[in-house]
Structure formats: structure tokens, C-alpha cells
Design a protein around this ligand. Structure first.
Ligand code: PEP
Ligand code: MG
Length: 328
């Protein structure tokens, strides 16, 4: 694998019409950081902070969290890291963090998870906010919140960070030089309120794994449904097109951090939707960078717009033909 990574490490993801696309990787552990230099990726577009919680027997204390975040930032050097606050609960059960009534949930993916847990157990979010703010001292810190369904949830989460920031300032601690706040778009209801959210955030990361399961009401963990819904379905692509349009004209940097972006035709479709920041699994970085180098963004955007206005019978086959005809 390392040899394959090395061969494509220095490929610049510049489209044929000269657009530099950002190709980042998803990570969650210290060990993942080596993939940055191995793949030549532009940064960590999704750092899943819950991994530290999942591999711990007890709730990670603040100092341990701070140490991890600091190590990750050091390892990333000048490249950005987008830290996602904990997405636990639901199916990612922590034995030391029990649901109040101790009961399992019938629909954990749609249940008490992520920001819903963090806002209720706000001690959890306070500790994590302090750890991130301290670790980001003297740097730019990127923070994003998972499973935001309504803009007020972003406000509430950011207020926790503001409170910790004020505390650190009063203690004369070294603060981040800049803090960029972002939100995951993975709950469809948020897409209807992007205009309200956009002025408050710096970036939006589309989590296509959860978004797809909610859009189709299809459990992402159920193998019986895995073949049933296609990421290239007009339902998803039209949804994404609306999301892209929803933040157009604002300063929101929009990207995709779900698995969809790591597949060739899916990545091509995302480029066609105007998305120029992908965060993907490390093994996909080289192939996707190569793909980008062969694509004329203007051409795929125009084609995609037409296909979405009047969808072909088989979007996957249509995209594949388009790519083959152009030697992509
Ligand atoms: C997603 O839902 O697409 C995502 C990137 O987050 P996760 O896979 O961690 O739920
Ligand atoms: Mg998700």
C-alpha cells in the first residue's frame, strides 16, 4: 500500500481547466496522521474525536483529550485539521456514558447521539471545547458539529465554546489565532435552513453516509439495503445541488466528507455539482487526485446540470459513458 501511495503522492489535484481541488482525508487516531504525508493530502477534513472515547475504558480526561488534539495538530503541521466534536451515542455505545433510563433505543441512528448528547450532558462538551481551544493555542482551529438538525443547535454548541474561550482568556492562556466553526450536513432538515445558518459558519461538510440513510430512510448498517440505494440517484444529487446553491453567495466553504467522495464516479458527480473539497479515506486519495487531473470541471458541471434537470434512466451508466468518452 505504501508503494501505491508514494506513486501518487505528488500528483496535484488540478482539473484540466485549472481549478485546484482540495483532497483531504478522514482520520480519528494519532496513528492515522502518518497518512497525511504518505498520500500528500491537503489536510484532515474530518477528525472523528469519538474514536478516543470508543477505545477508552473510561471517559477520557481533559488532559488526555488536549494531548491528542495537540499531537494531531503538530503532526499536521501547516495543513488544516477539522475536528468534529464527539459523535457518540446511538450505535456507538460507551459503557461509561449511560442513557438516563438505561434503556436501549429502537432507532439508535435517529436517537440520542452526537450533539444531542453533547448539549444535554454539557459537561462533556465543555471539557472537549476547553481541550480543543487549548490544543489550538497560537494556531487556526477548525471545529465542526455533527448531526445538527436545526440552526439553534449550532448556536448552543458554539455558546459552549464561547464560554470556554472567555474563561481561557481570563486565565491569560494562549488562544487560537482564529477559530473556524463548521457544521456537518447529515440531517436533511438542516438543508431547508441553510440560508439561516450560512452567516454564522465558516464551512459546511456534507456527511453523505448519514445523509443518505436519512434521505432514503435506509439504515446504513443494514446489508439488506446496501445495494438498494445508489449515491448517484437523482434524489441525492438533486438534494446536494440544492445544498450547494443554498450557500452560494455566502462565504461558506462547502465540502463532502462521507465515503461517497472516495469513489470515482461519485467523486465525478460531486465535481459536477460544484464541490471542490473532498475528505475521503486515505486509500482513495491517489486515484481521486488522478481523476481530478483528467476532468474539465466546466464540462462536467454543465453536463450534470442537464442530467439533473431531466434525469437519464441510469445516472451511473450515463456518468460512466461520459467519463469513458473523454478518456477519464
Ligand atoms: C457521515 O455521516 O457521512 C460522516 C462522515 O460521519 P460518520 O461516518 O462518522 O457518521
Ligand atoms: Mg455521520
Amino acid at each position: 500500500r505504501q508503494a501505491v501511495y508514494a506513486a501518487l503522492r505528488d500528483v496535484e489535484p488540478v482539473s484540466r481547466d485549472g481549478v485546484r481541488v482540495k483532497v483531504m482525508i478522514n482520520a480519528g487516531l494519532r496513528e492515522d496522521m502518518a497518512n497525511l504525508s504518505l498520500t500528500g493530502a491537503d489536510g484532515i477534513g474530518l477528525f472523528r474525536t469519538e474514536f478516543q472515547f470508543l477505545v477508552s475504558a473510561t471517559l477520557p480526561q481533559r488532559e488526555r483529550q488536549t494531548r491528542l488534539y495537540r499531537d494531531v495538530l503538530e503532526a499536521a503541521g501547516d495543513k488544516p485539521v477539522m475536528f468534529r466534536t464527539v459523535d457518540i451515542g446511538g450505535d456507538k455505545i460507551l459503557p461509561y456514558l449511560r442513557h438516563d433510563d438505561g434503556e436501549g433505543e429502537e432507532n439508535p441512528a435517529m436517537g440520542w447521539r452526537a450533539l444531542r448528547v453533547a448539549l444535554e450532558r454539557d459537561g462533556l462538551l465543555k471539557v472537549q471545547a476547553r481541550a480543543l481551544l487549548e490544543a489550538g493555542g497560537g494556531r487556526t482551529l477548525n471545529v465542526m458539529f455533527p448531526m445538527v438538525a436545526e440552526p439553534w443547535e449550532f448556536d448552543a454548541a458554539k455558546a459552549v465554546f464561547d464560554g470556554q474561550l472567555a474563561y481561557l482568556r481570563s486565565q491569560k492562556k494562549l488562544l487560537p489565532e482564529a477559530i473556524r466553526y463548521g457544521v456537518m450536513l447529515e440531517v436533511p432538515s438542516l438543508a431547508e435552513q441553510l440560508d439561516l445558518l450560512a452567516p454564522k459558519i465558516s464551512f459546511l461538510s456534507i456527511g453523505t453516509n448519514d445523509l443518505t440513510q436519512f434521505l432514503f430512510a435506509a439504515d446504513r448498517a443494514n446489508p439488506k439495503l446496501a445495494e438498494r440505494y445508489d449515491w448517484l440517484s437523482p434524489a441525492i444529487l438533486r438534494f446536494l445541488r440544492r445544498a450547494v446553491r443554498g450557500v452560494e453567495g455566502s462565504n461558506v466553504d462547502i465540502g463532502v466528507c462521507g465515503e461517497m467522495g472516495g469513489r470515482r464516479l461519485e467523486a465525478l458527480a460531486l465535481l459536477g455539482l460544484g464541490i471542490t473539497r473532498l475528505s475521503i479515506t486515505p486509500a482513495a486519495v491517489g486515484p481521486i487526485k488522478e481523476l481530478i487531473g483528467r476532468v474539465d470541471l466546466r464540462a462536467i458541471r454543465e453536463a450534470m446540470d442537464g442530467w439533473l434537470d431531466s434525469p437519464p434512466e441510469n445516472m451511473r451508466a450515463t456518468l460512466a459513458n461520459w467519463a469513458v468518452e473523454r478518456g477519464i
